[in-house]
Ligand binder design. Structure first.
Ligand code: DGL
Length: 273
């Protein structure tokens, strides 16, 4: 059975790419709700409705396991989805916890009390909804003490990337870094807490300077997924060609996807528009 990968739009392709490199023989189905992106400026209820509907679409296409390759959906909906929506024979995984486990030097399932970690000043760049949810701080506080977190809601950045305007996206990334550095001048670590942002990783790193370790999620999430699959052999993986669905115009989305991943991907129209 295939693994489903969901994002509001194109950002989740950064996660798709990392997973595909590590699991080249596993069938992956990508679902981008490009028509409704960005999610980061929507209400929690809207994000929940759109995310749960997208997950259903992936379940209907045979995915037992769905990766929410979207921090906004993970931050705002994952707890509720797991409590109210996900049946026992399905799994939905988010991108937040693997990121925080990596920062706090923990392995999966380590439920020991929070402790001091090497990171002390952390800059979080994310969408307005992710920042407002404070889910990152909540998950971090379960695992670490003494970490000062400063967040920057990066208004406009997802829209620029969805529009394929990478020049504007790089300018906005630099502007958001400058704004955060005005409040926290020397972060040890910066987390790109939106799966769209690795597309302008260089702009973030340049603006933050070489002393700041910039954490980009794709490789972390792919490694964590492989670890998860090794521990859950009831999930049967498929072995066919990958497919890509979008709720927006598939021709336009395919051409932007090529711009980001430097390889052609052919999106199909999702039944749900
Ligand atoms: N890639 C999504 C994330 O990781 C983007 C959210 C949005 O659509 O605003 O948060």
């Amino acid at each position: 059975m295939p693994i489903g990968i969901f994002d509001s739009g194109l950002g989740g392709l950064t996660i798709y790419d990392a997973i595909d490199r590590r699991l080249p023989h596993t069938e992956l189905i990508y679902w981008g709700d490009n028509k409704r992106a960005p999610y980061g400026t929507k209400t929690s209820e809207e994000i929940y409705q759109f995310t749960s509907r997208s997950i259903c679409e992936l379940w209907q296409r045979g995915c037992q396991l769905v990766v929410l390759a979207c921090n906004t959906a993970s931050a705002v909906t994952l707890k509720r989805l797991q409590e109210e929506f996900v049946p026992p024979n399905r799994r939905v995984l988010g991108v937040f916890v693997p990121t925080i486990e990596s920062i706090t030097e923990r392995t999966w399932g380590d439920n020991s009390p929070p402790k001091e970690v090497s990171v002390q000043r952390l800059a979080l760049f994310a969408t307005p909804a992710t920042v407002a949810s404070r889910a990152f701080q909540r998950e971090l506080s379960f695992r670490a003490i003494g970490v000062d977190v400063e967040s920057q809601a990066c208004a406009g950045l997802v829209d620029a990337i969805e529009d394929g305007d990478l020049k504007l996206a790089a300018t906005l990334a630099k502007r958001h870094v400058k704004s955060l550095l005005g409040r926290m001048s020397t972060p040890d670590v910066a987390v790109l807490g939106c799966t769209h942002y690795p597309i302008v990783f260089k702009a973030f790193q340049e603006a933050l300077g070489p002393e700041v370790r910039v954490i980009s999620q794709p490789a972390l999430v792919a490694d964590s997924l492989i670890d998860y699959l090794n521990r859950h052999d009831w999930i049967h993986l498929g072995n066919k060609n990958n497919s890509f669905f979008t709720t927006a115009d598939p021709v336009a989305v395919s051409s932007k996807a090529k711009l980001f991943l430097q390889k052609p991907l052919e999106f199909q129209t999702a039944d749900w528009m």
